[in-house]
Design a protein around this ligand. Structure first.
Ligand SMILES: [Zn+2]
Length: 270
């Protein structure tokens, strides 16, 4: 396979809220254009450790990225590094921790916020520092990268759902409404990306709890959605998917060699 892939990580989105509040994505499912799976995130259920888990397939206790304060480049091959080695173009509109994990650490906003350097793993980047950086602006950043640089792999990582959860908690109208707003933003962009044949995954790093945090094993913290859209997914209802399989599965979609990465073959069309 050699497809273009867009991976959207909606930070801090619990499965239940994704399921209940995202009517556009559910509409795609009703039209047989998407499938929703449940994924248990790795532990601890925290952002930076799970960015690493999603992008490299390595769980936090093995990657060493065990909390948000571990500020250093990843020691593992990632979708970004494997894709660039295979001659693919990479891009990300994402929180600055992704720049630290896969490009350079520590992040220097004046140098790194807008990145264009084909020697880096994330060749083209629009990175942001503030958790309240508006999700709708972030998607415009992503579309700019997509149109300007035509990446084979594009990561889009907005933060407002997580930000609302930290301010108001899991069981709050603000948290649910931030997910509804993300769904509206997705409805503005996905139709043209689907039309152009991208394989699209929409997932989250972790969920949220009622103490306005996350990190443990509560179902609301740990169970996250995985929506898949595109003709190269099996759309089988019977897939059991581990968060550690996302890296290898995306590499498989891209046609990028990733020998030691786990692939969920049931998720892909044979
Ligand atoms: Zn958070």
């Amino acid at each position: 396979m050699s497809n273009k892939v867009i991976l959207i990580v909606l930070d801090g989105l619990s499965y239940q809220v994704a399921h209940d509040c995202m009517g556009y994505l559910q509409g795609l499912i009703e039209a047989d254009m998407a499938t929703l799976y449940q994924v248990e995130c790795a532990l601890p259920s925290m952002s930076r450790p799970l960015y690493e888990c999603i992008l490299t397939g390595v769980v936090p206790v093995k990657s060493g990225i065990v909390n948000n304060q571990v500020v250093r480049p990843s020691y593992n091959e990632s979708i970004f590094s494997l894709a660039t080695k295979a001659g693919k173009r990479t891009a990300a509109a994402a929180y600055h921790w992704f720049s630290e994990l896969y490009n350079r650490a520590p992040y220097v906003a004046s140098r790194d916020r807008f990145t264009n350097d084909e020697s880096l793993a994330i060749q083209h980047g629009c990175f942001y520092q503030a958790d309240h950086y508006p999700d709708d602006h972030l998607f415009v950043d992503a579309e700019y990268l997509r149109v300007q640089f035509d990446p084979d792999f594009l990561l889009i990582h907005p933060m407002n759902i997580d930000d609302a959860g930290h301010k108001f908690g899991f069981d709050s109208s603000q948290y649910r409404n931030s997910a509804r707003y993300a769904d509206i933003i997705l409805s503005s962009w996905l139709p043209q990306w689907i039309e152009q044949g991208y394989q699209i995954l929409v997932t989250s790093d972790h969920g949220m709890n009622n103490d306005r945090s996350h990190g443990g094993v509560l179902e609301i913290e740990r169970r996250v959605p995985l929506f898949v859209i595109g003709e190269h997914f099996s759309h089988s209802p019977d897939c059991t998917i581990s968060q550690t399989e996302l890296c290898g599965t995306v590499c498989s979609l891209l046609g990028v060699p990733a020998a030691d990465k786990a692939v969920n073959t049931a998720l892909l069309r044979a």
